[in-house]
Design a protein around this ligand. Structure first.
Ligand SMILES: [Zn+2]
Length: 77
């Protein structure tokens, strides 16, 4: 998978977008989304694998979701 992206250096300023009826935080790339998934799991004492991340269909960014809700989109590069 080619990862040719124009990376703009930007301060961390989470964008959000509406997915279904939820306003979700957007993560700029997969690494960030993955890291955030682990962080949130650790913060909330969730079992590893509770959260998945996926590429948004509305824009070039990523979101987190419960693995159970998404049918398991958790994946690694
Ligand atoms: Zn989105």
């Amino acid at each position: 998978m080619s990862r040719s992206q124009n990376k703009r250096p930007a301060p961390y300023n989470p964008q959000r977008c509406w997915v279904g009826d939820k306003n979700k935080i957007c993560y700029p790339d997969e690494d960030t989304a993955e890291m955030s998934a682990y962080l949130v799991e650790a913060e909330h004492n969730l079992p590893s694998g509770t959260l998945s991340w996926y590429h948004c269909e509305y824009g070039d960014h990523w979101h987190l979701a419960n693995t159970g809700d998404t049918g398991g989109v958790r994946r690694r590069k």
